[in-house]
Structure formats: C-alpha cells, structure tokens
Design a protein around this ligand. Structure first.
Ligand code: AMP
Ligand code: GLY
Length: 438
C-alpha cells in the first residue's frame, strides 16, 4: 500500500494521516481537504476537495491510484463517499451509507438494540410535538429528549422537570432551533451511572480495540455551557483496564457487531461506542460510525503498530489475525483552539458553538510551538493564497501536549496554546485538570 486518501475536515483527519506516515516509512497520505500548513513531506493536501461532494474525490482517488480511501468525517459518510469510492473500484474502509444510520438515526439504533437484546435506556419515538408533550405529562421523569437525527452535537437535553422536557420538545420540533435533525425525536429514560467511551477498529465480524480517551463535550470550563462534541480530550483514560475492556467486548461490542452483521450492514472502520455503566451492566448511549474528534488526536499518537498493515487486514477480512495494537504509555492532552466571539464592522458573531462565527482571521504563533512537546493537528484552518494561515470554521487547531504524565502533557499543551493567537480564540482552561464528569 503506497497511497492512502483520507477525507476529513477535522483535526482527526490530520491525526489519521500522521498515524500512517509515522508507523509506515513507505506510505504517502493524501488529505482532502487538508491544510497547506502541514509540513510533513508525505502528507499531501488537496484543498480543492471537500467532504460534501464525492465525485471529485473519486476522480482524485483514481488519478493518484489510491490503494486505500478512508472517509473519516461523518458528513462524508452520510453523503455516501464509501459507496461511491467502492463503486469506482477504490478499496475503501468505512461504513457504507446504510450502516451510517447507526449514527444518523437514533431510532434505527434503538430498534436494533431492542431486536437483539442490547441493553439501552427505554425510549419512545415521536413525530408529533403534541404527542411528545402528552407523553412527558403522563410518564415519570426525568426524561432525556433527543433529536432523532443529527443536530450538530447540540440536540440532547437532560431534563429534570416536565417544564424542561416540554421546552426541549418545542425547541427541537417546533422552533427547530437545531435544524432538521429535530423534526422527529426520541425521549429516553435517564440513566445514572459512569460514562465510558470505547473505540474499536471493525472489519466484518472481527475487531481490534483502540486505546480509550476521555473527552470534554461541554463548551465551557467547569463542564458548563452547551454540548458541542468536544473542546478537548486526553488519553490514556483511567478506565482503560483489561477488565473494563473485557466487559465492553462481552457485554456490548460482540453483541453489537453480531447484530450489525445479522442486519446485513456493511461495516468497516472505527466504531465509537458511548456507554453508561449502570451497576455491572453497560448500556448503549450512542454510536458514532467513525472516530471521535477531538479524541483521535490523543488516541492515534499512542499507537506504534504499522497502521498500513492493520488497514490492509481490514480490507482483506483478516483483522482476526492482527495482534493487539502496540500502544505507548505516553500521555497526550488535546486542547482545541476554537473560533469564539468576534466583531466586525457592522456585525458581531457569538462564535462557535453558540451560533454564527466569523472566518478568515489570521492565526499566528504556531511556529513557536515546541513540536517535541506539543503536536499540532490542523482542523478548520486553511492557508490563503498569500501563505497566511487563517481560521475557517469552529474547531480550528488542536494543540496536543505530550508527556510522561497527564499533568506534564497538559502543561505542554497549555504552554503551546498560550503562544497561539487569532481574533476570537477560545479554549477550555481545565482539560485534563478537572474531569468532565465533575
Ligand atoms: P448522545 O448524543 O446520545 O450521546 O447524548 C449526549 C450525552 O447526553 C451523553 O454523552 C450523556 O452524557 C448524556 N445522555 C444521553 N442519553 C442519556 C440517558 N439516557 N441517560 C443519561 N444521560 C444521557
Ligand atoms: N467527540 C465526539 C464526536 O466526535 O462526536
């Protein structure tokens, strides 16, 4: 395998590319769209490509003779990149469009759980707000109200009171504050327990565990603010023990992969399984049909196994013959520099993830980051024709400190991010210092 094509806009794609080139001296990774600021000779950016239009990506994969394509961004998966790349004869790792319903439809996954006896919170599905409101008035709470389809990480409400639940239903279904993903909803019982995130590489019925990570899904320090998919992460996780992994594989992953297989879904690539441990039993909270971001940026740097060989065994259906991944004990802490509030003449932006955000603000200071202590993975950042790196979205740059301990890694990440500036830069100050469940 010589030419790999990764499709992702987030820092996760850069971290995937880094994993390949670091563990395999012979591979070249093409990153669509990538970022011209990436200096590695064997990571080639293709900034004219995007995660919404498979056609040009398929054409590019043919031009470069891609031995492997990996759409890694959820949007590229739901847009059917995997199906189109495969149809064009490009070996591709990722769930096909039908399998991405495991992430894109909460109802689909709930029905799968019920059909195959996989433990999960009890739920009801609603297409009509009046019926949903009548249900919360009649049933005991607390309720968890969720948009059935993607609400950009913002569509989950844990409601302690009936009034909160009704408000969530109205915001999701009536005023559509979170877009079309709230057109239909599910209402779940609230589970109380410990949240655990697991990632595994899947090749048909076989899997290989990836190291665990802890992420910070809330926007603000002290785990306040809105759910936004992640302001930072660290690895290793204190829960990454052989006993917990064995429990996860036994109680959750094997039954889940058997169910996926029995439904005839074609799943390869990373599966992200969010669970709640209630007593001794794991319950499924969510599936993401791809690696998490910002978790990828702390998980992948720990892997030293030749990743081209792992990818080849997924394509060949021989993942069961791969030994467990070799993983270092080194600690990694990702602090994400995001596009916060800005003002421009005549208008102001609340910033990501609160609302609209400005773009195109020059990013400075990355050249002074000590790369032996802190990795830099580019997300929504692009280089202008004049060579200036500028912001281009919500999660702009990942500063990933490394060290023998989490404290050391966190201090390297925070030293580095203090050097970085752009208009409206915003990050959490407590990544790996306080826990996300505190
Ligand atoms: P989801 O997008 O479904 O993963 O939900 C986002 C977050 O909401 C999860 O990571 C949990 O912290 C919380 N959550 C979701 N569903 C439940 C539930 N049934 N009980 C308790 N907390 C939940
Ligand atoms: N960090 C959660 C996600 O990638 O959706």
């Amino acid at each position: 395998m010589r030419n790999v094509l990764i499709i992702d806009y987030a820092g996760r794609g850069h971290a995937f590319a880094d994993l390949f080139v670091r563990t395999d001296p012979d591979v070249t990774v093409h990153l669509a769209p990538g970022c011209a600021a990436i200096t590695d000779d064997r990571i080639v950016s293709a900034p004219w490509l995007d995660i919404y239009h498979p056609g040009p990506v398929v054409e590019y994969a043919r031009e470069i003779g891609a031995d492997l394509a990996m759409p890694a961004h959820p949007r590229s998966l739901t847009e059917g990149f995997v199906d189109e790349l495969r149809a064009a004869g490009v070996p591709t790792i990722g769930p096909d469009r039908s399998a991405t319903r495991l992430e894109s439809s909460k109802r689909f996954t709930k029905e799968l759980c019920v059909k195959y006896g996989i433990p999960t919170a009890g739920y009801r599905y609603f297409e009509d707000p009046a019926a949903a409101i009548a249900y919360v008035r009649s049933a005991d709470g607390p309720h968890v109200v969720k948009g059935n389809e993607s609400c950009q990480g913002n569509g989950v409400f844990i409601c302690e009171t009936e009034a909160e639940a009704i408000d969530a239903i109205n915001r999701l279904m009536v005023s559509r504050d979170f877009g079309p993903g709230g057109r239909t909803i599910i209402i779940e019982e609230k589970l109380v327990g410990r949240e655990l995130l697991y990632f595994a590489l899947v090749g048909g019925e076989h899997h290989l565990m990836l190291p665990m990570a802890v992420d910070y899904p809330r926007s603000d320090d002290g785990n306040r603010g809105v759910m936004c998919g992640g302001m930072g992460a660290f690895s290793p996780s204190p829960d990454d023990t052989p006993e917990e992994i064995e429990r996860f594989e036994r109680q959750m992953l094997r039954p889940l992969l058997a169910a996926i297989d029995a439904e005839g879904l074609h799943y390869t690539g990373v599966i992200y399984v969010g669970c709640m441990l209630v007593g001794d039993q794991l319950h499924l909270i969510e599936i993401n049909a791809r690696m998490g971001d910002p978790e990828a940026e702390v998980v992948f740097p720990r892997i030293t196994t030749n990743f081209t060989e792992v990818a080849t065994s997924i394509l060949d259906g021989t993942l069961d013959r791969q030994p467990p991944l070799v993983v270092t004990d080194e600690c990694f802490v990702n602090v994400v520099a995001t596009q916060g509030p800005t003002r421009e003449p005549g208008r102001s932006f609340p910033g990501w993830p609160y609302g609209e955000y400005g773009r195109g603000y020059p990013i400075t200071g990355l050249d002074t980051v000590d790369r032996d202590r802190c990795l830099v993975f580019y997300g929504a950042a692009r280089t202008r024709p004049d060579g200036q790196l500028v912001t281009d979205g919500g999660k702009n740059v990942n500063l990933v400190g490394r060290g023998a301990t989490l404290d050391e890694a966190a201090s390297h990440a925070y030293q580095a991010i203090a050097e970085v500036s752009f208009q409206g830069i915003r990050y959490r100050n407590d990544i790996a210092k306080a826990m996300p469940w505190d």
